[in-house]
Design a protein around this ligand. Structure first.
Ligand code: XMP
Ligand code: MG
Length: 192
């Protein structure tokens, strides 16, 4: 299928320049808060891969970088409560100060499950840094320490976020035209 960006995006919600300057601000704040600590940033795949790549390069403190893969099952744009978590080989949370890097917090279920697992496995501290936050959609009590942008309850794509594995490559965050996902509401395994 040959789609042009203008065919799928209703509106650019956050531009490339806005993303760049917000990441620099967040990196400053994180650098101050974790100064002198042995910080491990944990990128939640797949959605945070671009955010994490930009964030670690903006950080001026030394960090360890690890990855975790989370998938939730849902129909189309809705996630269910079931979350599958796969840790990178050799990653042991025990005794670490962990900062989770996530693309978006929606209902909050994915990060609640990840945080619980890391604490159960002995992490010293676990905080959340999310690129986007949709607080209107929260169903659990979860408050990320660092939030890039608070966004309205619209399905967005770009800058790592996908709809059915597509559109992650956009350098901005856009609101998808509803017809892009309303017609294709089939039950899919959603890689976060
Ligand atoms: P929650 O917080 O509901 O988030 O466990 C689960 C996952 O849902 C995805 N998600 C989105 N993905 N555009 C996307 O591309 C969106 O607007 C959106 N809202 C939620 C995301 O993968 C998140 O990790
Ligand atoms: Mg996704």
């Amino acid at each position: 299928m040959n789609e042009d960006i203008t065919d799928v995006i209703e509106e650019v919600l956050i531009s490339e320049d806005e993303i760049k300057s917000r990441i620099a601000e967040m990196a400053e704040e994180i650098g101050r808060d974790y100064h002198g600590k042995d910080l491990c940033v944990l990128s939640v795949l797949s959605g945070s891969f671009i955010f994490a790549a930009d964030m670690v390069r903006a950080l001026k403190i030394p960090v360890k970088v690890s990855f975790i893969f989370a998938s939730s099952y849902g129909a189309g744009t809705e996630s269910s409560g079931k979350v599958d978590i796969i840790k990178g080989k050799g990653f042991d949370p025990k005794g670490l100060d962990i900062l989770i890097l996530e693309d978006i917090v929606d209902t909050g279920r994915t990060l609640t499950a990840i945080k619980k697992l890391l604490l159960e496995e002995g992490a010293k501290s676990v905080e959340i840094c999310t690129f986007l936050d949709k607080p209107e959609r929260r169903v659990v009590d979860l408050h990320p320490k660092y939030v890039g942008f608070v966004i309205p309850n619209k399905f967005v794509a770009g800058y790592g976020l996908d709809y059915e594995y597509r559109y992650r490559q956009f350098p901005f965050v856009g609101i998808l035209k509803p017809e892009m996902y309303e017609q294709r509401g089939s039950c899919v395994e959603e890689g976060n």
